[in-house]
Design a protein around this ligand. Structure first.
Ligand SMILES: *Cc1c(COP(=O)(O)O)cnc(C)c1O
Length: 383
């Protein structure tokens, strides 16, 4: 069997034609495709505004900045995520803390969030922003988190890097119904790709304007937003200290084209998940929970193995050309975070999860006989 990666992009002729058309047009960056892609993201999710950028990491950074995160503030997120969900707060000079995960969904646990908020309130250390992460594309309990946000006065950024195409309460992830900002990633292993790329979605016009400025040097060309009087038609103003986090038109045309197949991709991922579920049903492993009220985008298919066998099985699967992976190493156990005071044992459920989890290959062009091969090897190694 040829090497099977855990995730990969799907590029079709239609994508190539869209990118070629842009490449041969007058604009290869900051042309019409940026806005067309942004509009398509709004149409799909129902969010009022979207701003695409060169990565989800950039989006998380400017999302924190737009919400006013700065020195002296605290941002909370899940320990089971990619480091970028926590780093964004440190970029702003704030500090980071974590809320342990739910045993069954592996997402930030709303009960633990509530308990931690009670303690933080008593100590006058409430978070400015909480960043729930929709692991594998299964939504967190956003209703609960949003209720707590109102009660304790924090803002919410959904890290939906895995989540485009997924749903919460029958409504698309990204609609921002229960959050201030939602972030998508378009890295090639994610659901749709622009090479590198990401998007911020929001329903708040004021936040959208801040995000748009921060993405491009803090500059505006909108006369309504300027201070004083314009010098002339060439005029622009820098209003804050921003970055060059822009996406190119080449990337946007790829994303625009990929959006046409988004629903098909999710359907295909569900078919693969179903095949895994039926082939692995009787084995001594834990399959992903299908949480009520959510429709998973299945960026990942995570199963849990007996912890004492996990590493051995991981190695054997890799030797069998199966590109399994582990999502994620708890962020607080990274050396950089240990140096900031976090210890083993701080978030025990996340650490338990980490010892037993494994991500099986999951991407829309994964073939049915490959899934059979993966399951056969896994069952063989489990005995
Ligand atoms: C991939 C990912 C990111 C970062 O996305 P980039 O587009 O690569 O910057 C952030 N958070 C999570 C949960 C991710 O999976």
């Amino acid at each position: 069997m040829q090497y099977i990666p855990y995730g990969r992009q799907d590029i079709q002729q239609q994508d190539i034609e869209h990118v070629l058309e842009t490449l041969q047009s007058d604009w290869i960056t900051q042309g019409p495709m940026i806005e067309k892609f942004e509009q398509k993201l709004c149409d799909y999710t129902g969010a009022s505004f979207s701003a695409v950028m060169n990565s989800a990491t950039s989006c998380l950074h400017v999302a924190c900045m737009a919400l006013g995160v700065g020195e002296g503030d605290v941002v909370w997120t899940s320990p089971i995520t990619f480091v970028a969900s926590a780093n964004c707060a440190l970029y702003c000079g704030a500090s980071v803390d974590f809320v342990d995960i739910d045993e069954e969904t592996y997402n930030l646990c709303p009960q633990k969030l509530e308990e931690k908020l009670l303690v933080a309130e008593a100590e006058n250390k409430l978070p400015k922003v909480v960043i729930p992460v929709h692991l594998s594309g299964q939504s967190c309990d956003m209703k609960k988190i949003s209720t707590l946000a109102k009660k304790y006065g924090f803002k919410v950024i959904e890290d939906a890097s895995h989540g485009i195409g997924g749903k919460y309460e029958d409504s698309p992830i990204g609609d921002c119904r229960y959050s201030d900002i939602t972030v998508f990633s378009f890295h090639p292993v994610k659901i749709i790709t622009t090479g590198e790329g990401g998007a911020c979605l929001t329903n708040d016009e004021n936040l959208f304007q801040k995000i748009s400025q921060l993405r491009s040097h803090g500059i505006t060309r909108d006369y309504d937003l300027m201070e004083g009087v314009s010098d002339g038609p060439w005029y622009y103003q820098q209003l804050c200290l921003g970055f060059n986090y822009r996406m190119t038109d080449l990337q946007a045309s790829l994303g625009y084209s990929q959006m046409d197949r988004l629903d098909k991709y999710i359907e295909k991922r569900h078919e693969i998940a179903q095949q895994y579920r039926s082939l692995l049903a009787d084995e001594s492993l834990i399959l992903p929970l299908q949480a009520q009220g959510t429709y998973n985008s299945y960026h990942l298919f995570i199963v849990r193995l007996p912890a004492e066998k996990r590493t051995e099985i991981f190695n054997k699967l890799r030797q069998a050309n199966i590109g399994v992976n582990v999502h994620y190493i708890p962020v607080h156990l990274q050396p950089y975070y240990s140096k900031r005071g976090f210890r083993r044992g701080d978030f025990p459920i996340a650490e338990d999860y980490y010892r037993s989890c494994i991500s099986l290959p999951m991407f829309p062009t994964l073939k049915s006989d490959e899934v059979v091969y993966i399951c056969e090897r896994l069952k063989e190694f489990l005995i």
